[in-house]
Write a protein that binds this ligand. Sequence first.
Ligand code: PMP
Length: 325
Amino acid sequence: MIEKKIGNTPLRRCEHLSNKFSTNIYIKDESCNPGKSSKDRAAYFMLEEAIKGNKIQPGGTIVEASSGNTGISIALMAKELGCRAKIFVSKSCSEEKRALLEAYGASIEICDNSFGLHVFNSTQYQAQAYAANHENAYFTNQYYNSANIKAHYKTTGPEIWEQTNHQVTHVIAGVGTGGTISGIGRYLKEQKKNIKILGVEPTNSVYQTFLEHGKVENTGVVHDAIEGIGRTFIPGTFDVQAVDAIYQIDAESSKRAAQDYRADTDQLIGFSSAAVLAAVEQNLSHMNFKHDDHVVLYFPDHGDRYLQKLYNNNQQETTKAFDIL
Ligand code: PMP
C-alpha cells in the first residue's frame, strides 16, 4: 500500500551550501516520496479523511485544483482507490507535470489563474463547479482542507525534529496553500518556541503583506511565475501564528539559483526549491545565521519536473554541441 512509502524522506547535509552560508545547511528532499513530491503527504491525509467520512467510493471521481503536484499525488492514489482523478491545472503548469498527470491516468483541464483563483476560468472555481455538478465527485479542496496542514503537523514536522536530533533552528519553505509551512511550524514551535519558520513566495504574492500588516492589500494579478507558490488571497490552510517571516523572490533569480546549484552540485532542483535557495542568498544578512545553527531548506520536488523552464538553456547548448560533432 502506498501510504507506507509516503514520508520519512531523507534530510541530507549539504556541504556545498554549508560552506557557502557558513552554517549547517540540510535539505529535506521530498522528491523521495512515491509521487515524487511533498504533496503525497497532503493528498494522502485529505483522501484518508474523505474515506472515513464516506465521501469517496470506488467508481467515484476525485477532483482537485492544483499547480500539478497535488494532482499527480491524487492521480496516483485514485488508482488504488478504484476512482478517477479529474485535475484542474493552470496554463502555467509545466509540460512535464501535465505529461505525468496523463501518464497516471488523470483527466486534466487547463485553466487560467492569471486573475486569481476566484474567477470563472480559474482552477479553483472550475474544480468546485465540476464537483458540485457531477454525482460521486469529491473536491479535496487543498486550500481549505485542514488535513493539508495536519499532514505536515503529523509527519514532516516530527521528521525534521528527529532527523536534526532536536537541533533545528530554522526551516525555510515555499508557501502555496501554506499547508506545509503551517503544519511544520505548528509542530516545531510546540517543541521549541524560538525555531524560526521562514516562508518564501514570488514577488506580488500576498503572504508577506498579510504577515506584516494583518490584512491583504494586494488583491491584483499574480502570474504563476514560480510553480507551486504564491497566492492572491489567504487560504484557510495558512496559519499566521506558525510563521515568523515571509521573503519574496522573483522567478529569474530562482532560475539562476537552480542553474548555479546544478553547476556546483550536479543536481537538478525544482522551481520552488530554487526559490528558497535564491531567497536565502538574497537575504543572508537578514536571516543572520550563526555558525552552529541548523538550517533546513525544504525542497518539495525535483528539477526533472521543470526541464524546459529551468534547464532549457543548457539543453540547447548540448544539442548544438552534438550538431557540431
Ligand atoms: N512547491 C511546490 C513545487 C508545490 O507543488 C507546492 C504545493 N502547491 C508548494 C511548494 C507549496 O506547498 P504548500 O501548498 O503546502 O504551501
